[in-house]
Design a protein around this ligand. Structure first.
Ligand code: PMP
Length: 358
């Protein structure tokens, strides 16, 4: 007798193998920010830890939602928060796609978490292949107009390719299935793409998800949020309250508020990552790699003469971790997170040795 339902059989944990507890690694495999968060964040967390930990946190995260709302120029009733954007994304799938009884449109290739959530929640998926240049195929999405679908999910910039759609393309997508939610996952938007939050006022079906994990260097704090019109936020709040009325703890709420209050630190450190990305891209091209244009804190690169899985293994042997996806269409690419200039230098040195050795 088995207690495991067949829909769980294909579920695999997301990245445990990508977080090895080994000292001294150059860790360029999970798109973390190489810099620490603002000192003001640390001070705020310390302050919150000293006062009130015996009390439950604000269940509505009111102060934080106000700060996020101000940051985006919207009302707080258009802001929903959760433990990292993964949790927010899962709640969106649960609230809007789970019971639709129709397939959800996803680009193939995109962030693998979407497929996992669909499997777990029993949401049927219809994949829309990327175009020849590994870009989201806008025309293919538009060709589904009039068909019965659960909704659409776009990571913008896309992951792991790093390519972004412009705002006018997202506005066109929002009009393809106006009665269905268009979820735009903007985990990497701050590194050079246009945010679809500008569409929320005019498009009641657009829901944008962002995170503190990447551009604000707070992957460890687990804070993500969604921006959408009030009925969408209200639906998410109902789903959330039905299983966890206290999504963000006191430390996370305090630290997140401080992160938004130190805009100068954010801009300096984001600019450092973007600057390093452009240098890394040129260095990889000098080594013979083809590199996709990136609007993120990672680059997606392939070498015409070297197998990507072998390159990733050879880098790992030199204590440099990058990400390889054993997946059709992208299995000859490496996804390399942008580190500090020192880390990028170590990566390039390791590649020079590996490529020279043949
Ligand atoms: N969306 C995309 C496209 C991502 O790559 C990631 C990071 N793995 C996330 C969302 C989740 O980020 P977090 O849960 O840390 O906010």
């Amino acid at each position: 007798m088995s207690f495991t339902s067949p829909h769980l059989a294909g579920l695999a944990p997301y990245t445990p193998g990508e977080q090895p507890a080994i000292e001294g690694l150059v860790k360029l495999n999970t798109n973390e920010n190489p810099y620490p968060p603002s000192p003001r964040v640390l001070a705020a967390i310390e302050g919150a830890a000293r006062t009130g930990l015996q009390l439950y946190p604000d269940p509505e995260s009111c102060a934080l939602r106000k700060v996020i709302a101000r940051h985006h120029g919207v009302d707080p009733d258009r802001v929903f928060v959760g433990n990292g954007s993964d949790e927010v994304l899962a709640l969106v799938f649960d609230a809007f796609f789970r019971h639709a009884g129709q397939p959800l449109l996803l680009p193939d290739v995109s962030y693998s978490f979407y497929q996992s959530v669909c499997r777990w929640l029993g949401v049927a998926v219809r994949q829309v292949p990327l175009d020849e240049g590994l870009r989201v195929d806008l025309a293919a999405f538009e060709a589904t107009r009039g068909e019965a679908v659960a909704g659409m999910v776009i990571a913008n910039p896309n992951a792991p390719t790093g390519i972004a759609l412009p705002l006018n393309a997202l506005a066109r997508l929002a009009r393809v299935h106006p009665q269905r939610v268009l979820l735009v996952d903007e985990a990497y938007v701050d590194f050079g793409a246009e945010s679809a939050t500008a569409l929320v006022a005019r498009h009641p079906n657009v829901l944008v998800v962002q995170t503190l994990s990447k551009s604000r260097a707070l992957a460890g704090l687990r804070v993500g949020w969604a921006i959408g019109q009030a009925p969408l936020v209200d639906a998410l709040t109902r789903v959330k309250n039905s299983f966890n009325a206290y999504p963000l703890d006191r430390l996370a709420q305090a630290g997140a508020i401080a992160a938004f209050e130190d805009q100068a630190y954010f801009e300096r450190q984001r600019d450092a990552v973007v600057h390093c990305r452009e240098g890394l891209l040129l260095q990889l091209e000098d080594l013979g790699f083809s590199v996709l244009p990136s609007q993120t804190n990672f680059v997606f690169a392939r070498h015409p003469a070297h197998d990507a899985a072998q390159l990733a293994a050879a880098l790992r042997a030199r204590k440099v971790l990058v990400r390889h996806f054993a997946q059709p269409r992208i299995d000859q690419y490496l996804r390399i997170s942008v580190g500090t200039p020192g880390q990028c230098g170590q990566l390039v040195d390791a590649l020079v040795h590996i490529l020279q050795a043949g």
